[in-house]
Design a binder for this molecule. Sequence first.
Ligand code: SF4
Ligand code: SF4
Length: 300
Amino acid sequence: MLYRRIDDIPVKLSGRVAIKLHMGEAGNKTHVSPSDVRVLVDKIKENGGEPFLVDTTTLYPMRRYTVEGYQEVARENGFGKLNVVIAKDDVFEEINGIKLSKEILGMDSLLILSHGKGHGLTAFGGAVKNIGMGCVVKDGKRKIHFPTFPKYNESKCILCGSCAKSCPINIIKINNNKLEINLNKCMGCRACVIACKTGAMWTPDNAIEQTFDLLSLAAKGFISRFKGDIQYINVLKNITEHCDCMPDPGPVVCDDIGYLTGNDPLKLDSESVEMIKKKNPDALDFDTWELFERIAKKHF
Ligand code: SF4
Ligand code: SF4
């Protein structure tokens, strides 16, 4: 159901309620707003519940890489007065071979609050990604991204340096006519593969499909294992070209739509994407989204 105002959304969750959301990278201005979150926090308290804002640390080495770093960024982004819990990477439960956050799994109920926006991997980031990547600890995130980590064929490399320039976290270096990649820090974004014009940097043909499969498997594994109630809200406001992991997520690509709620995360995301497409048929990479949707449906 679509709501124009967040105040109108019924929230019936009780006990220790985790509001799972992305609180934005440092400098990002388009993440879910603290004032919207405050409305939901107050509703949960009115029901006698105890709300927490929760998220996990990132795979890429920016400020949200550590619990302490993420807490600082959450404060800077306006969430300081709310109860923020950043899950520890060493507290996990392995389901379907992927390490999920045991701290989030241990909450009584869950509000999956997702900012609907473009995403470099899945084309749209919403509820499924908020669980399948967002409720997974660092090792699990690495496993999901692993198929898209670059492979390197030295015999095709002309040492042009394009891959190094394209890497957003500077983990490719050319020293003494040798290229080195620190794959321990890689986040599988494939920018280096796209930048390489000789085929020296490559990923297997079905790498993206494999990552999509692991991501949706993680989301479904989490939902199946979670014992309490789950409510989903997609915030379709400030719909940017890129995700909230970017300090600058690019331009807004679609007028604000409102707040979409439902109890099936994939259906909610599909409806969100359809609404965006109606507003702007060029807003997102819809072909990539449809590929993700097709793969995710195997698990949902
Ligand atoms: S872009 Fe390709 S050819 Fe150029 S340095 Fe990187 S791997 Fe080598
Ligand atoms: S995939 Fe390539 S560009 Fe992206 S983080 Fe890894 S090494 Fe850097």
